[in-house]
Ligand binder design. Structure first.
Ligand code: NAP
Length: 279
């Protein structure tokens, strides 16, 4: 297996986040450890996990097995909303580190908003764990434009990103503008729309560029400085999903792909988080 080239980073409120990471939702046990190890050996520099994924141990195993120095990998994990009461959050963050076998992560996120716990209290606890050195940076996930503003108001530490669903079929332009206005990065989850890529535009542009629809999809996002964290359980796809920095889509192609986006283009079910106004 050859290695991928250097992965560019996006700077966001003091954090340098690699534009490409490996998503690990649903990767379990030995598959997870193996894919993480191979991704890092290949040159991935960023891994995304969460306490909810039940795979932090295996992510840590993959990291150690890869032999890659800890400080050349950007590790993100997320605290589940059940643990947003301040003491719970600190306990949960320590448990994440224990499972990962790390003394700190690079980025710790609130996984989803939790309307049952005052946001200012949760953000206060998140800032505290950062000050205590459990994480280098903090951020949020699945936060609306209004919630980002509320979180920023409550925070004494910089918030470096909002991780949200983002791919060509979902119009996230308002959220993207809001994160940019606050100096935050937008991290795209489900950047491959969960693999639903049988789309005429992506396939045609891919064929013209000698790239796959997945590569067109990811390139469209990174060209806008959006961080992507595609997941695969198949080692052979790691290389494909990383070969996205060696071409530039033309303006016309960018516009055509952007026109696929709709406000209701979600593939991830977020109904359990309650109804939210995404503006
Ligand atoms: N913050 C949040 O609430 C949240 C929510 C969802 C996801 N996430 C994070 O974002 C990551 C990515 O999102 P996701 O897992 O929902 O979906 P995704 O990365 O958009 O898609 C993953 C699916 O695409 C397939 N795939 C991967 N590479 C492909 C390729 N080159 N061509 C065709 N199909 C391909 C995979 O199948 P194979 O395994 O067979 O390759 C898998 O079924 C997650 O793993 C997780 O880390 C965060």
């Amino acid at each position: 297996m050859s290695t991928i080239g250097p992965v560019p980073v996006v700077e966001a409120n003091g954090a340098k986040i690699p534009l490409l990471g490996l998503g690990t939702w649903e990767l379990r046990g030995r598959t997870c450890a193996r894919v993480v190890e191979q991704a890092l050996r290949l040159g991935y520099t960023h891994i995304d996990t969460a306490e909810m994924y039940g795979n932090e141990r295996e992510v840590g195993e993959g990291l150690r097995a890869s032999g890659v120095p800890r400080d050349s990998v950007f590790i993100t994990t997320k605290i589940w909303p059940d643990h947003f009461a301040p003491r719970e959050l600190e306990r949960a963050a320590r448990a994440c580190l224990e499972r990962l076998h790390l003394s700190e992560v690079d980025l710790l996120l609130l996984h989803w908003p939790n309307p049952k716990v005052p946001l200012a209290d949760t953000i206060g606890a998140l800032c505290k764990v950062k000050r205590e050195g459990l994480t280098r940076h903090i951020g949020v996930s699945n936060f609306t434009v209004a919630l980002i503003a509320e979180a920023l108001k409550a925070s004494t530490e910089p918030l470096v990103c909002d991780q949200v669903e983002c791919h060509p079929f979902l119009d996230q332009s308002k959220l993207l503008a809001a994160t940019r206005a606050h100096g935050m990065a937008l991290v795209a989850y489900s950047p491959l729309a969960r693999g639903n890529l049988r789309n005429e535009v992506l396939q045609r542009i891919g064929a013209e560029r000698n790239k796959t629809a997945a590569q067109i999809c990811l390139n469209f996002l990174v060209a806008q400085n959006i961080v992507v964290i595609p997941r695969t359980s198949r080692v052979e796809r790691l290389e494909e999903n990383a070969a996205i920095f060696d071409f530039l889509l033309r303006e016309r192609e960018m516009r055509e792909i952007a026109s696929l986006g709709h406000r209701d283009g979600r593939v991830v079910d977020w109904s359990y988080s309650g109804r939210m106004n995404w503006d």
